[in-house]
Design a protein around this ligand. Structure first.
Ligand SMILES: NC(=O)c1ccc[n+]([C@@H]2O[C@H](COP(=O)([O-])OP(=O)(O)OC[C@H]3O[C@@H](n4cnc5c(N)ncnc54)[C@H](O)[C@@H]3O)[C@@H](O)[C@H]2O)c1
Length: 437
């Protein structure tokens, strides 16, 4: 199919992060460190990845950022919101992800970035109490304030993308207020309790035609009203919940078991982490949001309805325990009970000593660059939901009634084929018979 290619980027790309904690400060500090040549952008597909074009024998695999017109890191400007009024140097010091020596070299740059007051209500994040918070007559008024923040920042740059790097909100189910854009707007006027702060930011961004990515598991974009608004304003949306540590590994291992027709009797996943995110997730209502997001992947990958002998009796459990001494350095254990030929049991143990925000920051970078690309690509912008970015999420958003792809390598193929498609290149099917003709 013929498709209009993406428009070239010109001028600055403004990146607004909702929440300027561990992930956001690691992203911002990291981008600056890379720009100054102090580090390599390790973990970022947009910066380090190649994409094969044509046949294997063509030996043509340009860098992704040379193949598609992405904004350059040099053209990114950062802004955002947080409930704590501290600059990015102080916030990064509190998050304690990057070493002091790393932060000192870019201290003036970080100190110059300060958050705008947030839309926040402790009802939705029980373990935090914010001081740097907007007040308004109604949720509608708060949304207008966020819109004017975006407008003011937009006036200083060429294009804007918003990414939610805020805390995980409590578990909320879609309600009547989310059914249509009209009902949502009525709910904003009536201060409907089913409208969480994250939804107010998303609404404001989409009304401004600004792409919005959701890095947390809260119910923010996967609502009919948001899909309607995204399509109406030709604005890309994607979520949710960065696929960084345990779920990243899970969505690599599970497809391997299924590929070999090995059964899974049980999968017990536990985590300890001690950052602010861990503290927020210590609240049962926020944990429930995370749990739902983490539990989904296995069911979809293993398809117990198609393979009842292998997966229908699987016991799957996910735990997260707040353990302050570890800070951002999470430890995720998986005990996997699998079975093979004639039902003989085997076990696999995975102990991933990861660094949460070190894994998340490059994903956040890729997402803002790809969302900006999507906004400049008519066919992608018109679609609203960017399913090709499933690669980055634990609970990928898809069209109504369509099950998400969780297998990391299917997701990567989908992402790369989307890039080939928008640039008018042949898709790669991996059929490969042509080499034997
Ligand atoms: N590997 C990862 O780090 C990872 C993976 C998947 C998802 N996430 C999610 O990303 C989010 C950010 O993680 P983090 O480690 O940076 O957490 P963090 O606690 O360090 O930062 C979150 C920030 O959001 C702010 N905040 C909360 N509510 C806000 C609001 N309504 N408006 C503006 N700011 C608000 C908080 O004050 C805090 O500074 C969390 O929801 C987390 O679950 C992180």
């Amino acid at each position: 199919m013929e498709t209009a290619k993406p428009k070239q980027p010109t001028g600055k790309l403004g990146v607004m992060t909702v929440g300027m904690g561990a992930v956001a400060t690691t992203l911002i500090a990291g981008v600056e460190a890379v720009r100054r040549g102090l580090s390599k952008p390790i973990g970022s597909l947009t910066q380090m990845g190649h994409i094969r074009l044509g046949k294997r024998t063509d030996e043509h695999s340009p860098l992704i950022h040379e193949f598609v017109p992405l904004a350059s890191l040099d053209d990114i400007e950062f802004a955002g919101w947080d409930i704590f009024n501290v600059n990015m140097y102080e916030a990064a010091s509190t998050a304690n992800v990057l070493e002091r020596s790393h932060l000192e070299t870019i201290r003036p740059f970080l100190e110059a970035i300060k958050p705008m007051p947030a839309v926040f209500d402790q009802h939705y994040v029980k373990r935090l109490s914010g001081t740097h918070v907007k007040t308004g007559r109604s949720k509608c008024d708060l949304a207008q304030q966020v819109r004017s923040d975006i407008q003011q920042f937009s006036a200083t740059v060429d294009r804007v993308v918003v990414i939610w790097c805020g805390s995980t909100e409590i578990f909320i189910e879609p309600a009547a207020v989310h059914a249509t854009l009209a009902s949502f707007e009525e709910g904003l006027n009536n201060d409907d309790p089913a409208i969480a702060p994250s939804q107010i930011y998303a609404y404001a961004a989409l009304m401004e035609g600004v792409p919005f990515a959701n890095g947390a598991p809260n119910l923010t974009l996967d609502l009919p009203c948001m899909v309607e608004l995204a399509r109406k304003t030709h604005t890309p949306i994607c979520g949710k919940d960065f696929k960084t540590g345990q779920t990243f590994i899970k969505t690599v291992l599970a497809p391997a078991f299924k590929a070999r027709m090995l059964g899974v009797a049980g999968w017990y996943s536990t985590n300890i982490l001690g950052n602010r995110d861990g503290e927020v997730l210590d609240d049962p209502e926020s944990f429930k949001t995370k749990e739902e997001s983490k539990l989904g992947a296995l069911e979809y990958i293993l398809q117990p309805e198609l393979y009842p002998d292998l997966y229908s009796d699987m016991y799957h459990k996910v735990r997260i325990n707040y353990y302050p001494p570890r800070g951002d350095n999470k430890e995720g254990w998986d005990n996997i009970d699998i079975f093979g030929w004639l039902g003989y049991p085997m076990q696999i143990k995975v102990d991933f000593l990861c660094r949460d925000s070190i894994l998340a920051a490059p994903l956040a970078l890729d997402l803002v660059l790809f969302m900006d690309l999507a906004k400049r690509t008519p066919e992608l912008a018109a679609a609203g939901i960017q399913e090709w970015l499933s690669f980055y999420f634990k609970a990928p958003q898809t069209a109504e009634g369509l099950y998400p792809e969780h297998d990391l390598f299917i997701q990567l193929m989908k992402l790369k084929n989307t890039l080939r498609h928008i640039m008018g290149e042949d898709l790669i099917t991996h059929l490969g018979l042509e080499y034997y003709e």
